[in-house]
Design a protein around this ligand. Sequence first.
Ligand code: BG6
Length: 487
Amino acid sequence: MTTTFMTTDTDIVIFGGAGDLSFRKLVPALYMAHIHDKLPKPARIVGIGRQAWSREEYLAFIDQHSPAFIEKESFTAHDWQEFLQRLVYVSLDVTKASDYTRLKEACTPNGLQVFYLATAPSLFTQICANLSGAGLINAQSRVVLEKPLGVDLASARSINADVAKYFDEQQIYRIDHYLGKETVQNLMVLRFGNAIFEPLWRAPNIKSIQITVAESVGVGSRAGFYDGAGAMRDMIQNHLLQLLCIVAMEPPISLHADDVRDEKLKVLRSLRKMDLNDIKRDTVRGQYTAGASEGVAVKGYKEEDNVPATSRTETFVALRAHIDNARWANVPFFLRTGKRMQKRQSEIIIEFADQPFSIFGKTPNQQPNRLIISLQPEESIQLEMMVKEPGSGMHLHPVKLGLDLQQSSDKRRAEAYERLLMDVIKGRLTHFMRRDELEAAWTWVDPILAGWKELDEKPREYSAGSWGPAASSALMARENLMWFEET
Ligand code: BG6
């Protein structure tokens, strides 16, 4: 393997270096960047952990856990061994200031340090303070903050204020890996790189918008975190609201980070605040019970490891949101996410308005045009159009005009974490959240969480392997709409 460019010596310092995120996502992403010559040649990866390991023991841990998360076609023993040469390990108690001298010794003098905080957010402040105390922060250092950033607006504000004591906003990369997904970035190109959609992309031409991120997996081994968070904090506050922003924002004046983030911020600020009545009417919380996932019997949420039998944490949320601005007046946005749903399926459905008048009379198949943007597992864009059914009468039926994004280019499609990590190294902030953006998202979410607390209702049950509680379909049915898979 030859490396085609050199840059400043770079240390990617991962706090939580032996954690789940690290061995499942970050190390595999960095390996992919390494084999595709995207990682600067002198870049080293400094894993930080509490375990009193030697470098060899850390490497053995990574060697045991990470390869399973690397696609088979890209894995060779030779490349892997070469990649492992980049890894070093520093055993350190993140709360102990004196331990940071060991990190300082491990970092390249005058190098570019990227500090990736893949730990509980409650440790962020202390880590930043200790990095600063050890003289590890300079004008070119960068810090990456993993989600969830806080549990509500107050805690997010306080973390942001603390981190800002040590890093300028331009040095802070608040990561939401959905913004690194190829299809999500493609959504901007679909909207702003094609002349045909933009004039129609507004009220009254659009009847409704659905955003679904359905997962077939359950909570797995993450109950310790998840039971205190729930689907609202884990998914809606970040991933789904970011998708909503990209669908709904005005065209930014450029792709410069602040131009894009200014437009996303306006969307978040235009989200209509929900009062208790809205919350009762327009939100659904669910929790999965035992059922079958992809043909295999699975436990209910309350039976999962480390979940209290009395847990009221939601594993599903569906809600109706409104954006109060000129473009989106009266267009409902339906957001839905859940664990243990029938299948892994993330998609955005733009349902265009009904035709004002049909010359074909009442034909049962007549339906509005829909643009179906599938994010995962398949990446595709389909436009549902009405055509004539072959035969004598003028009967209509819908067909799909499809664009298979996987087939559209033979160029490699990097995974979200790889793309975002390379953005950090290159200093590109466009696909990261700015402080005010994150706080605006919490500003909208907080009253809903508070409303749920006040209502004090149990989440509605849904069987694992279904599409969520019946109330979720009812939310749509009230407006004569249906979730896409029900149509
Ligand atoms: C994470 C959530 O941010 O996103 C997880 O914490 C969730 O609960 C995951 O499973 C989903 O990501 P993806 O890329 O698999 O859709």
